[in-house]
Design a protein around this ligand. Structure first.
Ligand code: SAH
Length: 237
């Protein structure tokens, strides 16, 4: 018997339902559009993307995939929401983005098909939506070439994240639909770092992402209490 897929169908359905709004800058996806330049700049500081082969795991409507392709990378975006991928594909056509393709496959299956074939792997705001995040981290480590870079971002299982990412964003400010995030699925930086180490990924740097809801501004800082990003490299050889 095949092992069950590491996919929570209810989670994917939430994103499918909102799919038509991925590129609406005032929609539920506004925060992803707002943080996109920050995360893109941070990735590029570690590894200039021009000419690199990249896989974006859990790419959704392609906000980051599209931006990385525009930097000259050859990007494959993967997700389990066919609807989100349809929107991503349509956006690439409309915006005439070259160098991006999308495929409905999960990270583990792609890693079996294409091990060690990517210079860079990105997996942003996705680990907190899967049943077994460590398995996704392992798959990302398998997808990247020895010495290549893997970037993750997720939300910390910290009381501050409960207040800001759930109570604040979903209930007070209404930035996200209620039920978007589940506290128990948030991941502590120490847990993510240990999944990385167990998969042969060395953590190179970690940043928190701060947000001022009054001004709408986001910036990177050292506070990993809510949203945070981790840059890692697969051990060479
Ligand atoms: N990475 C994108 C989108 C984040 S939203 C960005 O940061 O802009 C989370 C995405 O993860 C959704 O598109 C959802 O469909 C996808 N997802 C959830 N579970 C998944 C799984 N098991 N495999 C692949 N994608 C998954």
């Amino acid at each position: 018997m095949n092992a069950p897929l590491n996919v929570d169908a209810a989670e994917v359905a939430k994103f499918s339902e909102l799919a038509h709004r991925w590129w609406d800058l005032e929609s539920e996806f506004k925060p992803l559009h707002q943080i996109n330049p920050l995360r893109l700049a941070w990735i590029q500081e570690s590894v200039p993307l021009k000419g690199k082969r990249v896989v974006d795991v859990g790419c959704g409507g392609g906000i980051l995939s599209d931006a990385m392709a525009r930097c000259g990378a050859d990007v494959l975006g993967i997700d389990m929401s066919g609807k989100a991928l349809g929107v991503a594909q349509l956006h690439a056509l409309e915006a005439q983005t070259a160098g991006v393709t999308y495929r409905e496959v999960n990270a583990e299956a792609l890693a079996d098909d294409m091990p060690g074939q990517f210079d860079v792997v990105t997996c942003m705001e996705m680990l907190e939506h899967v049943p077994n995040p460590a398995s996704v981290v392992r798959a990302c480590a398998k997808l990247v070439k020895p010495g290549g870079w893997v970037f993750f971002s997720t939300i910390n299982r910290h009381p501050k994240a409960f207040m800001l990412a759930i109570v604040g964003a979903e209930y007070v400010l209404g930035m996200l639909p209620k039920g978007t995030h589940e506290f128990a699925k948030f991941i502590k930086p120490s847990e993510l770092a240990s999944y990385c180490r167990e998969s042969g990924l060395d953590v190179q740097g970690m940043h928190g992402m701060a947000h001022n809801p009054l001004t709408g501004r986001y910036w990177l800082n050292a506070d990993t209490g809510v949203n945070y990003m981790v840059g890692t490299r697969r051990q060479p050889g």
